[in-house]
Design a protein. Sequence first.
Length: 365
Amino acid sequence: MSRIAVTNLKISHFRSYKNVEISTSGCPVALFGSNGAGKTNILEALSLLSPGRGLRRSRVDEMERKPEGIGWKISATLQSLGQIHEIETNYTGDGSRSVRIDGKAATQTALGRIARIVWLVPVMDRLWVDGAEGRRRFLDRLAMSFEPSHAQYTLDYERAMRERNKMLKEGIDDPAWYSAVESQMAESGGKIEKNRLYTIDRIMQAQTNAQTSFPSAQLGLVGANNESIIIDDLKGAFADNRRADLFAGRTLIGPHRDDLTAIYSAKETPAKLCSTGEQKALLVSLILANGRALSQDFGSAPILLLDEVSAHLDKERQNALYEEILSLGAQAWMTGTGKELFNYYGKRAEFLEVTETSNVSVLKR
């Protein structure tokens, strides 16, 4: 089976690591050790092999090892649909991170075309009860796995919106200026909305008739104030709302106000009203559905980064998750406090113990 997998990972002066190298066969990898040992730092390094700020959304300078402060470097050998790619991303203190693919400078969007990576981290356990921003980011990460250019559309939209908001705050009332920036927002914003809807549709399809122990969810996308999202004439909508936006000093409608809704299908209950365990099970279900859809569309499930994934899942569902990961043929990098959490894998996974000595994280098999 074709798959996407990291078969070699080198990390230098990143977070709690000085220099570490991990070689894998491409199968699931379980990282275990005490809290604070540095397990999640490995997942964060892997997340930077995709576009964006990584699973912690940290600034690049916050990731460098202290007190050295000399920047950081992450190198990886990526197996992607029968091809081998050498990826390098690093930060040298200049305010941004650079990317090289197969020895050539590349954009972060180019990373997304060869490395499809999605993750679940403990902070997302509150996804359904916290604000809409977290749900938008979650949906956009899934959308990026289907269409890597989605990351660039989001950046373009936010850049244009910042310019429009600046004009609104300054009270500028020049229709020509607004028209130009609103055209940019409408172009990228329309693509964002279409990608989000496509992602929801594919995940819903992938849930249908799936043999799974995890609950299905009815997903939806709503705009500001729970109104319908705007796709067909977003530019006209920005123009029509200009007076209200001037009064508020910011843009009140558009993709940045969207919200992902979810209903626990079997109980017909909004996700935000479900138990903590049910909410976690819904999240896992969506990640697995994303993997099934990508297997069909892209030819491989994404790399899964699952931080403390066993939390809030009973033993039966933990084992069901591991079995589905194996069935998908996905490379999952998982963390937990004890090796016994991953006993179900047996010899079908690789195990790495993470310890910390004198403020340096160390790995051993």
